[in-house]
Design a protein around this ligand. Structure first.
Ligand SMILES: *[C@@H]1O[C@H](CO)[C@@H](O)[C@H](O)[C@H]1NC(C)=O
Ligand SMILES: *[C@@H]1O[C@H](CO)[C@@H](O)[C@H](O)[C@H]1NC(C)=O
Ligand SMILES: *[C@@H]1O[C@H](CO)[C@@H](O)[C@H](O)[C@H]1NC(C)=O
Ligand SMILES: *[C@@H]1O[C@H](CO)[C@@H](O)[C@H](O)[C@H]1NC(C)=O
Length: 509
């Protein structure tokens, strides 16, 4: 027996060990519940200047050296060239659904107007490939990846002009892909996205104002722009929802929702001020997006604190935004402990308005500005988020759109990811058993990608990608095999006793 075969037999045993901690199977979830994994256009595709794609704000950001590790998504996981074999891998892994995003600037390089036939082909090919293999397609229209030309022309999400352009882009997507695609998400993480892009400046377009930026910004206004960007996003989302309902829904019978970034907030103490701070944290992070969608207006606490810096909805806008969703998607990675921090007088940013301090654990000192790094995963937190959304927003259909574990470790033997995945899936099941309307669970990410902050320094993939190799070969991690066993074998036997041939089949280069 060769050393490699020996290794894989050991790996099999660890799969079983890791599986020992779960006491549920695929069959405990409804049959129409879906398990999947995700990627996003800029993080996956590469080929940034190929076949007519124009730059997005990500290209501008990375090419001006704004990533901590100076990386770019120029090649990323090379998904533009490797999508076919990747979808084969998705199929072989047994995933039931795949979540990805469309690059607006690949499909419509001028931001509006002419459709790029090569871009159209690319997404049609992906969708056809998924359909052929019976994998449910979930598409995000905007995953922090705006055509730079619209940023230059009118400031992107800061201008109401984007509403018309985003709606026209969505119209092309529904018209061209909607015959095969039933699950649409308008925007990924507009809440944390607005903070990162316009308050602390560490995602494109990288705007902020002193003293709030993490990086030095030359343009922006941290105390106003995040609120403006979210306001415009909500109006654009509502406009796209209306378009779909009026023009496509009857025939295509799809559903359309929005996604938010979520973390659970535990009160650091049970003092009244800490309990109020914890509620503020939920209202600012979830309520900012979801309250308008459910009730037509921002949370009272935000209106009181942010005052005139928070844009307001006209009656007509409020009516459009209210109920403009079929589901909410949530991205969830960890929880924080929250305590009250006295509100600053004078100019404040989003975090100043929230006036809370975060801790990663009970024993940590409060983080300085913003949130701590290096937060442990907390499966109970996901359960609590799901329950909170059910109680607060009228039991909407929910998808866990992203959940996973980033690690600097490049190991194939990612027992830590198997633990994370299995316990979060378990907490999702607990929530479902308590009546939360969860429809699907997607892990982030299907493979290692260009990560939005960490570049190539943090690995999230079920599949490892070798970014030092121009061919970007993929290799299954233990987590891919574990997930596969859970899905294909009803979780009852997670012992993977494959031959060497079976195992190498998943290694694509
Ligand atoms: C940000 O906008 C507010 C409200 O318009 C204004 O008072 C403040 O001076 C602006 N800050 C910067 C840095 O431009
Ligand atoms: C706050 O009260 C809850 C419910 O009584 C309790 O479970 C929790 O441990 C308390 N938290 C702290 C930090 O004392
Ligand atoms: C895999 O990881 C587990 C847990 O960290 C460890 O016990 C085991 O030795 C590792 N196996 C290999 C082959 O590296
Ligand atoms: C899956 O496993 C559960 C628990 O072991 C069992 O009750 C169920 O019948 C199984 N279903 C299938 C389709 O194998």
């Amino acid at each position: 027996m060769g050393v490699t075969a020996f290794f894989y037999i050991l790996l099999s045993l660890w799969v079983q060990d890791a599986a020992a901690i779960i006491d549920f199977t695929r069959c405990d979830f409804a049959q129409d519940f879906v398990f999947g994994a995700g990627t996003s256009a800029y993080q996956y595709e590469g080929a940034v200047a190929e076949d007519g794609r124009s730059p997005s704000d990500w290209d501008t950001f990375t090419h001006s050296g704004k990533m901590p590790d100076k990386s770019t998504g120029d090649i990323a996981a090379d998904g533009y060239h490797k999508y076919k074999e990747d979808i084969k891998l998705i199929y072989e892994t047994g995933l039931e659904a795949y979540r990805f995003s469309i690059s607006w600037s690949r499909l419509i390089p001028n931001g509006r107007g002419a459709v790029n036939p090569k871009g159209l082909d690319y997404y049609n090919n992906i969708i056809d490939e998924l359909v052929k293999r019976g994998i449910q397609t979930h598409i995000t229209l905007h995953h922090i990846d705006l055509p730079q030309i619209l940023e230059d022309e009118y400031g992107g999400w800061l201008s109401p002009r984007i509403i018309e352009d985003f709606t026209a882009y969505a119209d092309v997507c529904f018209r061209e892909f909607g015959d095969r695609v039933k699950y649409w998400t308008t925007v990924n993480e507009p809440n944390i996205g607005a903070i990162a892009s316009y308050s602390i400046g560490h995602l494109p377009p990288g705007r902020c104002s002193d003293p709030f930026g993490i990086t030095k910004c030359t343009v922006g206004n941290s105390s106003t722009e995040p609120y403006i960007a979210v306001h415009t996003t909500l109006l654009a989302h509502a406009s796209v929802f209306k378009l779909y309902r009026e023009k496509y829904k009857a025939e295509q019978k799809g559903v359309i929702g929005i996604n938010i970034y979520s973390y659970w907030s535990y009160p650091f103490t049970n003092s009244t001020v800490d309990l109020e701070a914890t509620q503020r944290s939920k209202d600012f992070m979830f309520g900012w997006i979801l309250e308008p969608l459910v009730s037509g207006d921002y949370p009272e606490v935000m209106k009181n604190i942010v005052g005139s810096r928070l844009p307001s909805f006209t009656m007509v806008q409020s009516g459009l935004v209210k109920d403009s969703f079929d589901f909410f998607g949530i991205n969830h990675y960890y929880s924080f402990y929250v305590s009250d921090r006295p509100m600053e007088t004078g100019v404040r940013d989003f975090y100043g308005d929230m006036s809370i301090s975060y801790r990663a654990s009970r024993t940590d000192p409060p983080a300085g500005q913003g949130v701590p790094t290096n937060v442990p995963s907390d499966p109970d937190g996901l359960h609590l988020v799901l329950e909170y959304l059910k109680e607060t927003y009228g039991n909407p259909p929910l998808y866990v759109h992203e959940n996973g574990m980033g690690s600097p470790k490049d190991s194939l033997n990612d027992t830590y990811r198997v633990d994370c995945l299995s316990s979060y899936m378990g907490s999702t099941l607990d929530a479902i058993r308590n009546g939360v309307n969860v429809r699907g669970y997607f892990t982030w990410a299907f493979m290692d990608l260009f990560e939005l902050r960490a570049g190539y320094q943090s690995k999230y993939g079920l599949y490892r990608v070798d970014f030092d190799d121009m061919r970007r070969p993929r290799q299954a991690r233990l987590s891919a095999r574990w997930y596969s066993g859970f899905l294909k074998k009803n979780g009852s036997s997670l012992l993977i006793s494959r031959t060497q041939e079976d195992l190498t089949r998943n290694t694509v280069s």
